[in-house]
Design a binder for this molecule. Structure first.
Ligand SMILES: [Mn+2]
Length: 296
């Protein structure tokens, strides 16, 4: 079951060519909510905005690997948009420069439906003129991408990761119901975290990773970058090339994967304070950089 879902995502992946000097940043699992108590992203908002703004200035392409928006806990997009207007403005800037790829995950699987995406765009982004309209209203949500680098045989298969998580793929509406009407309040009132999410359920997480590893072994060691489990992964060269970009809802830090100079690294953005400069937001490299051709 899972392998056929993954095969389909692989076959239908949008092929995106990149040059070897491309700069790419992957983030996922922001779960941007309505800025209320149950909104996990709220505390990391400033760190994330600073990180993404820095990548924009440095000419990076942004690939968001799903669960960017928390539509399970929130049945309406409006409060999310209003809470995070500055981030949506930043996304708009990336998109205008054709440096943005948005993928859907299980918490924003509604974006599978292009009509829904268009409706939201028309409601919240007002084009200034017809040219502007054409430039902006071609925003698409993808299930999966295949990143192809010039003069390289190998490629990177990028997707959210819930494709290896049968309950979250096939029965996402049932799970969404429990999150929206039950777990949200458990979290709010009693501080109990939703056990149906693989991020909070260790057994589920291991199962998802095992299925993805199996798929890689059966598919000529195809390199994967995904999210979903909220557990960062950065294998050594020679190991099964399954990478995970972590999440943006780690306690006071945002974790992502960078590709720059044809090398890959795992990075963490966080607050840093010292005596002279006070508190600032800073990037720490957790793993790498490792040349990509060691995995491709
Ligand atoms: Mn997910």
């Amino acid at each position: 079951m899972v392998s056929s879902i993954l095969n389909k995502a692989f076959e239908n992946a949008k092929k995106v060519p990149f040059s070897k000097d491309a700069k790419i940043i992957f983030f996922s699992d922001l779960h941007k909510g309505d800025n209320s108590y149950a909104d996990d992203f709220r505390n990391n908002m400033r760190i994330y905005e600073h990180a993404l703004g820095t990548y924009y200035d440095q000419g990076f392409t942004y690939i968001e690997l799903g669960d960017g928006i928390e539509l399970w806990e929130n049945s309406s997009f409006k409060p999310i948009f209003e809470s995070y207007k500055s981030i949506f403005d930043l996304l708009e800037k990336f998109h205008r420069q054709k440096r943005l790829f948005l993928l859907w995950g299980n918490h924003d699987m509604e974006f599978r439906d292009p009509i829904m995406v268009e409706k939201i765009l028309h409601k919240f982004f007002t084009p200034k003129n017809i040219l502007d309209k054409e430039a902006f209203f071609d925003l698409k949500y993808y299930e999966s991408l295949l990143l192809e680098f010039e003069n390289t045989k190998g490629s990177i298969f990028a997707f959210h990761g819930h494709q290896a998580d049968y309950m979250n793929y096939k029965h996402w509406k049932i799970n969404r119901f429990f999150v929206r009407y039950f777990w949200k309040y458990m979290q709010k009132w009693f501080g109990i975290k939703d056990p149906t999410s693989p991020a909070k359920n260790y057994k589920g997480l291991v199962k998802v990773e095992r299925k993805l590893n199996q798929w890689i072994v059966n598919n000529k060691q195809q390199m994967i970058i995904c999210g979903h489990t909220h557990r960062p992964r950065f294998p050594d060269p020679g190991d099964i090339p399954l990478f995970n970009d972590g999440s943006c809802v780690h306690p006071s830090s945002v974790i992502g994967i960078e590709i720059e100079g044809f090398s890959i690294s795992l990075v963490r953005w966080h607050h840093h304070s010292d005596h002279t400069s006070g508190t600032e937001i800073k990037k720490t490299i957790l793993e790498g950089p490792v040349p990509l051709d060691k995995y491709l």
